[in-house]
Design a protein around this ligand. Structure first.
Ligand code: ZN
Ligand code: ZN
Length: 377
């Protein structure tokens, strides 16, 4: 379905000290960008949060320990399953989702390094080993970046994808929100396109819409909100996918389905939500993820942004438990909102077959996992 309100992508210049597109839209400011609801995050709260989490010793380890958690929630991905006619999705941990649709490979926020940090020796490190490296990925056609936080934009992974693109039959195209193109070109990406919210980019049989999110951006101390943050939709003739990136709850998110078309699968964040007083402006919690799933009218949703890094006060195993409770309260279940293992995949139109596959390979079924969570609550 085509949208009248989305404008076609045209290359935009990178954001300089003064934003050249100021006054173009309400989310543009003199020096960068702001949320549609700008008052949700208060400067200075960060240090109160850090003091409080040190005092209370959170996040706690998962109830079964890190090793058992990793064994339960990760597996080696199998990309040969891409021969299915139906679109297929792999969750590769945190916000990295790999999509196979119309014979093309699309990946979101590829962060396949050990740390989500500017430093190799400090900063949030993976509690579950990455299930894949760039060399083992299929040849990627399109990379979607949501914003410049380290757990979403990783220089080592992007550089490796750019290097690999040079030997591919089809070069990798990188789609980024306003302000990030020059950085990616500096990392060796030859084919980069910058989009503003509600702009559209067409590539082969797919169309990509850059859509709003309630979040912020910064990579260093002096670049807060200088580059834009966003979600993405990916649309083929028969299939609609929405990747929310990082977002707090905002009533305008429901507009995305109304303006871009029906959503068959929504990748929605469920982790890094605690404490709510600090995180609610930037990260939805599992209850809000279920609310958003319904407001978007998504046929299915997939839980992302949990289980890899301890970025907030919620323990690694809390988001899936909270999601199960929120689904039950809403009269939904895991057929509606998927909890995949890191590395696991699912064909979008053939959920039953996916469950059978799991049984054949002796993996715990979704229902078995459901009961193991329930017994721990
Ligand atoms: Zn972020
Ligand atoms: Zn994040």
């Amino acid at each position: 379905m085509r949208v009248k309100s989305a404008t076609t992508c045209r290359p935009a210049s990178s954001v300089r000290r003064r934003n050249p597109e100021v006054k173009a839209a309400a989310h543009h400011t003199e020096t960068g960008f702001q949320n549609p609801d700008p008052g949700l995050r208060i400067a200075g709260d960060f240090w109160r949060w850090q003091r409080e989490r040190r005092r209370s010793g959170v996040p706690h380890p998962p109830a079964l320990g890190y090793e058992a958690f990793a064994a339960q929630w990760s597996q080696k991905p199998d990309f040969t399953l891409a021969d299915d006619a139906a679109p297929r999705v792999w969750w590769l941990g945190h916000a990295c989702v790999l999509l196979r649709v119309d014979g093309l490979w699309v990946i979101t926020d590829p962060v396949l390094s050990r740390r989500a940090s500017p430093l190799s020796f400090a900063g949030p490190s993976r509690k579950v080993r990455c299930v894949v490296d760039v060399a083992a990925l299929p040849a990627i056609d399109v990379v979607l970046i949501s914003h410049n936080h380290y757990d979403h934009l990783d220089s080592a992974t992007v550089r490796a994808l750019a290097r690999r693109s040079q030997s591919q039959a089809r070069a990798t195209r990188f789609l980024v929100p306003l302000g990030l193109a020059s950085k990616l070109r500096g990392w060796g990406c030859a084919d980069v396109h910058e989009l503003d919210w509600w702009q559209r980019h067409e590539h082969a049989s797919l169309s990509f819409d850059c859509v709003p999110a309630q979040h912020w951006s910064a990579r260093g101390l002096f670049d807060r909100n200088r580059t834009l943050w966003c979600g993405w939709t990916v649309r083929s003739r028969r299939f609609g996918f929405y990747f929310a990136g990082d977002t707090g709850y905002w009533s305008g998110l429901a507009e995305i389905a109304k303006r871009t078309g029906a959503i068959d699968l929504a990748a929605l964040p469920i982790g890094a939500y605690a404490p709510r007083w600090f995180m609610q402006g930037q990260h939805i919690d599992p209850q809000q993820a279920v609310q958003l799933h319904r407001e978007l009218g998504a046929r299915h949703s997939l839980a992302i942004h949990w289980g890899s890094f301890e970025l907030a006060d919620d323990a690694l195993d809390e988001p899936p438990q909270q999601l199960q409770a929120a689904l039950a309260a809403a009269g939904l279940n895991q057929r509606d909102f998927w909890l995949l293992r890191q590395g696991e995949s699912r064909a979008i139109q053939d959920y039953r077959t996916a469950i059978d596959e799991q049984h054949r390979h002796g993996l715990p079924s979704t229902n078995q996992r459901e009961s193991s969570f329930n017994s721990r609550q």
